[in-house]
Design a binder for this molecule. Sequence first.
Ligand code: SAM
Length: 286
Amino acid sequence: MVAALGAGAIRELAARVGIVPTKKLGQNFVIDPNTVRYIVEQSRVNPDSHVVEIGPGLGSLTLRLLEVVSHVTAVEIDGRLSDQLPVTVRENCPEFLGKLTVINRDALEIHAGEINPAPSDLIANLPYNVAVPVLLHFLAEIPELTGVLVMVQKEVADRLCAGPGSRVYGIPSVKIQWFGKAEAAGNIGKNVFWPAPNVDSGLVRVHVTHPYLHLENQRGWIFQVVDAAFAHRRKTLRAGMADFVGTANAAERALINAGIDPGARAETLGLDAFVRLAASISEQRN
Ligand code: SAM
């Protein structure tokens, strides 16, 4: 078994490459080997898995993944970290170096086909400031992904997993339904990180089924309708969607046409209802 990177090793590596962790890049590194083991266990990866890891940082999760899976493609925005990662692998487990590909890029700029062959799994301790956009971007760009396990802020984990009617149900809760179903996979405390963040974290597993793949060319439009509906989450949809649709009366007609009560609020609707609403607004515009 490869020795895990603990608190001392992580700090020493950071000093070696001149990293002072920044909030801007969500740089909170996992320093607890038990947490790393837990994440990999929960990810259910196997020796056939090709994992894309976003934000490998100093490599704590990467080293453990390399032990278990067939290949890891790591996408890291910080050039000092992406340069160091193969060096860390060579120093700790040179036998796995051939299983690692490192891409020094913003994960939001990675497009379909750039990671070849397509990865089967996305496993990451996501940078918190861009966690939801990065997750949705990868699900959209790489439909081959079947296993997804990510660590995000607890509040974001709760949002991703919430169902209609819940107090925390919002835009991420609706958009994730485009790709499948999100499920909570454990809570993680602050002290397993260096530096410790201000908030707790949560693991989220996405059961990817692509239930709306047949409507893929309309995803952008449907997501615009979702954004507009939640822009005024305390208003009724009739009032909240008035500007977006044109007038309150036009919004009411579109809602009724879609089988939605105009007096309802966005937080009570599942993605199916937004799909119908988007179609109804388009129909009205044509
Ligand atoms: N995986 C490591 C761990 O668990 O210790 C580090 C996780 S840390 C929360 C997030 C990592 O994502 C940092 O290494 C940061 O530099 C990187 N990062 C931030 N924004 C990014 C982006 N847009 N694309 C790719 N990597 C990014």
